[in-house]
Ligand binder design. Structure first.
Ligand SMILES: [Zn+2]
Length: 416
């Protein structure tokens, strides 16, 4: 299994969000997917042929846009000797920068987090993003089932997402018989009821876990011996019986039971992203709650750990969504670094225009750099051998981490 590269995943999600709504003026937006083994001279030849075809386009604007985009893509490809290990995806086209009639050619290039197997060239009025979207979905689904005699719950774990599909109640009365009923009759009735409930749970499991979105792994849990009776009784379809990785003892049932199973199954679910993220956040919080623990949090403190070489793992919540802007004084070249949400970039630019340069007093700034914080931290971290992990802010652990400000670091050692 390919290691989950959370930074690459983050880049894909960001690009999909950015390009999803983009429309070309005409059929002029290029999408290009290159598998790792495709020779680049083949691709470049293909683009040359496309340019030949495009020179017949009647509209001057569209024709020029397509030809310019093809040139840009070709120039870009010439910088590579071969496609990266997982392939290469390029989107290029004329996009408005500030309203209508401000189109300029923009190019977006991404190394996909998983291997792209299809070669695709499209020129359309929108970008073709589906193949890239698929690279986010390839994670294997794991089925989770919690069961006791009162209720059963079915859940599905994919990557960093745990979904409770349904909770079934059995309606079976407690273990103690009513007065007047014979013990044997009570036992037999109860056995029938349990049997009926198990069959119903197995039916629902088949509907939830077999078919289009089939699971190849299943973990069963619950309090007491019921879960073992269910598993050993072979109630489920043989495909699900064979998929069972483990049967786990839990304290809770229902939705809580599902979450408890995922927690307790950590050793057998180490490939699953949610399990990795939960473990990472647990480690972080463990360190943060010690007196001289190896955890720091907050943007400035984390940047400091990169500056002093002490960062081991930098954790960033997907919810943080911060950008780094660097303004340069046009008069004296003095620079000023600022951080803000992507939606606040315009406001920050406007605000900066009212701030006097600390060195020369001028208010004439230009935006020199603008970069996603994740990319910035990744570049900085790489130079000191630290890792960056981007985690979901939507999970229970992700929300706990968000309460620390959405960015933190686990240190290799504590700097003085
Ligand atoms: Zn200045």
């Amino acid at each position: 299994m390919v290691k989950w590269d959370s930074v690459a995943m983050h880049r894909v999600r960001r690009l999909l969000a950015e390009l999803g709504s983009k429309q070309g003026r005409g059929t002029e937006l290029i999408s290009l997917y290159i598998p790792p083994k495709k020779p680049l001279y083949d691709v470049i030849n293909n683009l040359r042929e496309e340019a030949g075809t495009a020179s017949n386009i009647k509209s001057d604007t569209t024709r020029n846009h397509v030809l310019d985009a093809l040139t840009r893509v070709t120039q870009r490809l010439k910088l590579y000797k071969a496609p990266p290990e997982t392939g290469l995806v390029v989107f290029c086209g004329a996009l408005p920068v500030a309203g209508p009639n401000t189109e300029t050619i923009q190019i977006f290039e991404i190394v996909p987090p998983r291997v792209i197997n299809t070669y695709l060239y499209r020129c359309d009025d929108h970008f073709h993003l589906d193949l890239l979207k698929d690279t986010l979905r390839e994670e294997e689904a794991v089925g989770i089932m919690s069961i006791d005699t009162a209720e059963a719950a079915l859940g599905r774990l994919v990557g960093d997402n745990l979904q409770v599909i349904e909770v079934l109640t059995s309606g079976i009365a407690g273990k103690h018989r009513q007065g007047g009923q014979s013990a044997r009759r009570f036992e037999r009735l109860r056995e029938n009821e349990v049997n009926g409930f198990f069959t119903r749970v197995a039916d629902h499991a088949a509907r939830a876990f077999i078919g289009e979105s089939a699971v190849k792994k299943l973990v069963i849990g619950g309090p007491g011996p019921t879960k073992d009776d269910f598993y050993k009784g072979n109630y489920m379809d043989y495909r699900l019986q064979n998929a069972v990785l483990s049967v786990i003892d839990t304290s809770y049932t229902g939705e809580e039971g599902i979450r408890e199973i995922v927690q307790k199954a950590t050793p057998i679910l180490q490939d699953v992203r949610l399990v990795q993220e939960d473990a990472l956040v647990d480690k972080f919080i463990g360190e943060a709650s010690k007196d001289y623990g190896l955890a720091v949090y907050g943007l400035n403190n984390v940047i400091e750990t990169v500056n002093n070489n002490s960062a081991g793992t930098i954790i960033i919540s997907e919810d943080l969504d911060l950008w780094r802007l660097v303004f340069r004084c046009k008069k004296c070249q003095n620079t000023r670094e600022r951080f803000g949400k992507k939606t606040d970039i315009y406001a920050l630019k406007a605000e900066q225009a009212d701030i006097a340069c600390a060195a020369c007093g001028s208010k004439d700034w230009e935006l020199q750099e603008q970069q996603d914080l994740v990319d910035y931290m990744f570049d900085r971290a790489s130079t000191i051998g630290a890792e960056v992990e981007v985690i979901s802010g939507k999970t229970e652990h992700g929300q706990m981490f968000n309460s620390f400000g959405g960015i933190g670091a686990i240190l290799r050692y504590r700097a003085r």
